[in-house]
Unconditional design. Structure first.
Length: 435
């Protein structure tokens, strides 16, 4: 069996999918849901890893779950918390957060925790860009956009954003937001016409069907009759767009695109999008209260329920993935990597308001297949700065590479068999994470 580690070392890249645009669901003799899944499976020339990104906006406090700093006098730990272990993963246990222990006990074998992840700033917007793109430019596509754009023609909505940040860069064609008020659902159903300042009517169902069929035939004819390479490329992409528009209309009868503000509310949409082959990447948000995780005052009382809600939702997500058949493996859990992160950490000491301010070192958690799981990589020193690592082994190494957001991104690309050197400069992926 060829591992991702050996593929990356050989410089190989991922496989391209096979296109079957224009294949109508009704012609397959299956239910709409089964038909769409069959079409999506047929489009794929090879199995691919899927991704769910879960983002906690505002900056979480790693010492409330991931960072066991009880022996570090420079860090204010939480009253009532104690050391916990699940397999080889140490964590901060607390009676008010039982879902953390429940989750790690169930999934530690597939889990990698990264401690001491550097994001180079203490400004929310900049840290968010660095965490998601490895740069301070809002024009650089983020990790899920890059991953989704690989063979994007295979997916109706390659990167589906239910919540959280999104930096599509020049890959905007691969990224779609559902909208905080059900805008995507309204577009598909036609209800958006009644939401405008000026209400407009539309064609009746038979007329609309006739228009759709005409547009599909014209797009196919245009693609077949191109007279130059540039014209052919544009016509082919136009045909793909028309086919995807038709698929979206079918999808309104198969899945609901309306999510919520927390992970548990968004699970079903995410699982449907992955299992039906609609998307390769889905981004969710664990927003919590109005200010999210930005706890400059009353840190412990605010962060604790946020962590509990997050891990409760993650448990539901993993259970749903594990109970849903995959497109190339037994279950979605066997082919989906879940990436959980926030844009920054919080200071080691409480401030005068019992809060914690912004800190440029944080933690992240990755759960899924093709990982050397049951492991914590990195750590914090006595000043609560992140420790460097040996990227080959993943072990702490004072002379090694900084554990950075760029290194995390490069590793995610490597997990997906995408050569990170095409997108990330100056850092190596953490090979010690790759199975």
């Amino acid at each position: 069996m060829i591992s991702r580690r050996s593929v990356l070392r050989s410089g190989a890249t991922g496989f391209a999918g096979l296109g079957l645009a224009g294949l109508g669901l009704a012609t397959l003799g299956l239910s709409p849901r089964a038909a769409h899944a069959a079409v999506s499976s047929a489009k794929s020339g090879a199995s691919d890893t899927k991704f769910v990104f879960v983002f906690a906006p505002g900056g979480w406090d790693p010492t409330r779950v991931f960072a066991d700093e009880f022996s570090n006098g420079a860090v204010d730990m939480e009253a009532g918390a104690e050391r916990g272990t699940a397999g080889n993963i140490g964590f901060v246990d607390h009676a008010e957060r039982p879902s953390v222990r429940t989750f790690l006990e169930a999934w530690h074998a597939r889990t990698v925790v990264l401690n001491g992840l550097m994001v180079r700033s203490i400004a929310h917007e900049i840290c968010t860009m660095i965490a998601m793109t490895g740069t301070t430019s809002g024009l650089t596509p983020d990790w899920p956009a890059i991953l989704a754009a690989v063979d994007r023609d295979r997916f109706t909505l390659p990167h589906l954003v239910l919540g959280g940040p999104s930096f599509p860069g020049d890959l905007g064609v691969a990224v779609s937001r559902t909208g905080s008020n059900g805008q995507l659902e309204a577009l598909l159903s036609g209800r958006s016409r009644t939401m405008a300042d000026v209400v407009t009517g539309g064609p009746n169902a038979p007329a609309e069907s006739l228009m759709d069929r005409y547009l599909s035939r014209r797009a196919a004819a245009r693609a077949a009759g191109s007279r130059s390479a540039v014209d052919a490329a544009l016509a082919a992409q136009f045909k793909v767009a028309v086919d995807h528009a038709a698929e979206l209309k079918d999808l309104q009868y198969i899945m609901d695109f309306t999510g919520g503000t927390d992970v548990a509310d968004q699970v079903q949409v995410a699982v449907d999008a992955l299992s039906l082959g609609v998307s390769r990447c889905v981004t969710l948000a664990s927003a919590g209260a109005v200010l999210g995780w930005d706890t400059h005052a009353d840190n412990d009382n605010q962060q604790s329920p946020l962590w509990e809600t997050l891990f409760s939702g993650l448990g539901q997500l993993m259970q749903a993935l594990a109970s849903t058949p995959g497109t190339s493996e037994a279950t979605l859990a066997d082919e989906t990597v879940v990436v959980v992160l926030s844009e920054m950490g919080r200071t080691p000491k409480l401030n005068a308001f019992n809060g914690k301010d912004h800190w440029p070192y944080t933690s992240a958690m990755i759960v899924g297949p093709n990982l050397v799981g049951d492991r914590v990589i990195g750590g914090f020193d006595r000043s609560f700065y992140g420790k460097s690592i040996d990227t080959v082994t993943g072990d702490v190494d004072e002379g090694g590479q900084v554990l950075s957001a760029e290194a995390l991104g490069a590793t995610l690309l490597a997990i997906a068999d995408v050569d990170p050197r095409e997108y990330v400069d100056g850092v190596d992926p953490i090979m010690g994470m790759l199975a």
